[in-house]
Design a protein around this ligand. Sequence first.
Ligand SMILES: O=C(O)C1=C[C@@H](OP(=O)(O)O)[C@@H](O)[C@H](O)C1
Ligand SMILES: C=C(OP(=O)(O)O)C(=O)O
Length: 419
Amino acid sequence: MSKQVINISLDRESLEGEIALDGSKSISNRALIIQALTEMPKPIHHLSTSNDTKALQHILNSSGDVFDAGAAGTTFRFLTAYLAASGKSCTLTGSERMKQRPIGELVEALRTLGANITYLGEPGYPPLRFEPATLTKNSVLPIASHISSQFISALLLIAPTLPGGLTLQLGGEMVSRSYIELTLQVMQAYGVRYEWKDNEITVPHQSYQGKEFTVESDWSAASYYYSIAALSDSCRLQLHGLNEKSFQGDAVLPELYESFGVHTTYTSAGITLTKTSPLVPASFEHNFILCPDIAQTIAVTCAGLGTDGLFSGLQTLSIKETDRIAALKTELAKLNVSFTKMPPKFSPLTGEEFYLVSGKAAFPETVTFPTYEDHRMAMAFAPLAVLHPVRIEEPDVVRKSYPDFWLDLERLGFSVEKG
Ligand SMILES: O=C(O)C1=C[C@@H](OP(=O)(O)O)[C@@H](O)[C@H](O)C1
Ligand SMILES: C=C(OP(=O)(O)O)C(=O)O
């Protein structure tokens, strides 16, 4: 079957417009699990329309015994804990890529609590089979925190429902801590108490309170507009539904893009991004350990502008929807931009692994970016259309987190055509 491709271009100098962003997929998925664990569930407003959230909603509402989470990591990981605690007999599977994404630490932790889970394929990886069991064996649980924070979030979400509550002892160098904090904030919004001291998080046994809940817009989705703004000479973009006090780790974007000349103001409706004149910083440096999902966006911004980008904290990128390190390296090379792991002696901070984005995008007349079944590859490379027309393969991949992405680009004046 031939690949779907779209051509994206822009024929104006200055960009202006308004985007009503979808609800955060991370917050939506937390709220849905909590809603399913609540005795008197109440509505969730501004729920994400992403495939990942729809998959979770569908599985939570279905009565079958084989569930497919597709490519959705949070959906798969959160359901692993939820189903283990549900006492059901069922199978949870996912996409071919999901079968390569680790789940072993979470399964081991749930087994320690008493869960009956078996691997149907390779040990440590999906698919999983669940048999009825009660999770009453332990209430203190060591869990590795250096692979995915989603394991910890999954356990925290079911923690209040366990008879003895749960104390998690986090081991190893923690990744994506902001997402653990996000989980606890959403739990707190549903009336749950917790304590986080040093490396121990304790959640006593208690009930989630049925409450109406409104999901904040998705800061990760906002990143693509920051990149568009940074790549344009001047622009004014309004993004709805984002708050100054956000618990999403990607809400660090205003600070990061200030150095690219993109200024953020907060309004009652959300945020306004303005850029008034061209600016190319010589270099940009950031550790992405708290905000891994915006690393691709900013790598492409740096490439488009010719800013040297020094990126650390990327250790989780290779186990996401694709190996994002390899995909970035291959696709940036088409623009004559290198994305290189630096030798340790280069690292200004001891022991940190750095990648360097180096070079200014040189566009061949036609350039096509494959998307590696990764929504963020499609959305991170699309903003380059501010500089030069680009072709994106398999554009529907954006449905994973942001189904209206191409429509929203058209709303801003981009031409998005099948080609
Ligand atoms: O809990 C969440 O909602 C997420 C946690 C992060 O994953 P890791 O903890 O695996 O880095 C992030 O990359 C993912 O997109 C969403
Ligand atoms: C990594 C991501 O999602 P997940 O792990 O939930 O598949 C993402 O949305 O970038």
